[in-house]
Design a protein around this ligand. Structure first.
Ligand SMILES: [Fe+2]
Ligand SMILES: [Fe+2]
Length: 482
């Protein structure tokens, strides 16, 4: 029997899916590989392709011990195909086919829908690498630089994960889609990436931390929903991706947390008690709380848009057909078909925000978004604990889902962060109170000076509590060639 727990490094593409016996797919992936490397050279981390980076690489898929750490040049990172082990007797856990054996091949009738789901997920992975490619040059420490590059190589691997499924199960269509994934570019006017938040710029490190906290968390929720899939290879793929994704959440949460920590400490040292005294706080060379709140407002709402329309036939179809489930589907105590169930949906009714019960099947995007908001909210509370501990009088809040939206029920509405509907004129007048202004961006940008001495950190961010792989504070996470 195939050893699916350990990763085989004998082929050019490390894998635990028996690629050496699956010549057709191995060949297809080998043909795709050079184009991927070209893409990585063109669009991957700028200026550090020759540097030795202390990266983790997967050597097994056992959640308890799957990674090894070593110095690697990023283009030599072993991007591989890694699926979580097959579960004996797994069934389709929801939808029309509830309880039937999980599929090892794509059901013909769902081919198009499944392909679409894979392509949309796959498109986000290289997009974030493209968005973050200039950040290495302004890294606030080698520790942070290494974390950025770790996230980047893993997003690259997530692209491989989707490309494997496309090539293995979708023949020539799949190969075409796999090539398309290397051709679109984040923010490009002619060939943009497929989803809005993945065409926004990530110009500075605070944006990067907010992105990994809020937007990678959307990724986590989508992967959680796809990990439930009745199409077993997709489920197994996503389950392993989630293991890696946890680190991306960690980078975002601790990155913002350390920024908050540093700001509060600097305020205390300077005896500043009013966190809204932006000028005084900024004079200390740290990022003031109101600006952090505005960044939260921006990145949270861009990420909410990724969940799509609150009421959606596509979402209902993907669930009915057993392709995309709910967050923690198997832990939910109901019929897993949602035949008569309803779900409360936030809507704009006659200019007012109201909750309307909709058929639960059509409201699955809303439900996943609620699960996301809940998950994100817990992280925000951990930030608030950091603030509270320092004695600074400020709380970060997630804005109301009607605020600053471009997709769904509230796309056309103007709302305050509290969810009060206002006029367009008032929105335009007050926008800069709620979202980062050009001036805020310039200020953040002014702090983005590289710090590359081992163990040193830029003045706007506190050092981490522990090092990666338990290394001491002055560990050289990236060896930069000069
Ligand atoms: Fe990813
Ligand atoms: Fe991620």
């Amino acid at each position: 029997m195939l050893d699916t727990m350990n990763v085989n490094y004998d082929t050019s593409i490390p894998n635990n899916v028996g690629l050496s016996e699956d010549r057709r797919i191995l060949k297809a992936l080998e043909r795709w590989h050079p184009g991927y490397l070209d893409w990585w050279q063109d669009m991957g981390p700028e200026g550090f392709q020759e540097s030795l980076v202390y990266l983790r690489t997967a050597v097994a898929v056992d959640p308890k011990g799957w990674a090894k750490f070593d110095y690697v040049r990023m283009p030599e990172y072993r991007w591989g195909i890694l699926l979580a082990p097959q579960e004996e007797g797994r069934v389709v856990p929801f939808g029309e086919h509830y309880g039937e054996p999980a599929w090892q091949e794509v059901p013909g009738e769902y081919r198009a829908m499944l392909r679409r789901l894979l392509v949309i997920q796959g498109d986000t992975e290289p997009a974030s690498v493209e968005q973050q490619r200039h950040l290495g040059t302004t890294a606030p420490s080698l520790y942070d630089m290494r974390n950025l590059f770790q996230v980047n190589v893993e997003e690259g691997r997530h692209l491989w994960a989707m490309v494997y499924l496309l090539q293995k199960y979708f023949g020539s269509d799949g190969r075409e889609e796999a090539n398309g994934l290397l051709q679109r570019r984040s923010g490009d006017a002619d060939k943009p990436r497929m989803l809005g938040a993945f065409n926004e710029a990530t110009p500075d490190w605070l944006s990067f931390f907010m992105f990994t906290f809020f937007t990678d968390r959307d990724g986590k929720m989508q992967l959680e929903a796809l990990a439930q899939s009745g199409f077993d290879p997709l489920s197994r793929t996503c389950r392993f991706m989630l293991t890696e994704e946890a680190h991306h959440m960690f980078v975002g949460e601790t990155g913002v947390g350390r920024t908050i920590q540093r700001t509060c400490e600097a305020m205390n040292d300077a005896d500043i008690t009013d966190p809204t005294d932006v000028e005084k706080v900024r004079a200390l060379g740290v990022i003031d709380m109101p600006t952090l709140q505005k960044k939260v407002n921006l990145h949270y709402t861009l990420s909410l848009d990724l969940f799509g329309s609150e009421v959606s036939t596509n979402a209902a179809n993907a669930f009915n057909s057993g392709l995309k489930g709910r967050f923690h589907e198997t832990r939910i105590d109901d019929d897993h078909r949602l035949l008569d169930a309803t779900y409360p949906v936030l809507k704009l009714v006659d200019g007012k925000v109201e909750t309307v019960d909709e058929p639960a099947l059509s409201a699955l995007n809303m439900r996943l978004r609620d699960d996301y908001a809940n998950d994100a909210g817990k992280g925000v509370e951990r930030w608030n604990k950091i603030i509270a501990k320092t004695g600074v009088d400020f709380r970060i809040e997630l804005p109301h889902p009607a605020f600053h939206r471009h997709i769904g029920e509230f796309a056309g509405a103007n709302a305050t962060p509290d969810g009060e509907i206002i006029s367009e004129a008032e929105w335009l007048e007050r926008r800069d109170e709620w979202l980062p202004s050009d001036g805020d961006a310039d200020f953040i940008d002014s702090l983005m000076k590289p710090v590359w001495e081992p163990g040193q950190f830029a003045g706007w961010i506190a050092p981490p509590k522990v090092g990666i792989d338990n290394h001491p504070g002055d560990f050289e996470y990236v060896k930069i060639e000069v």
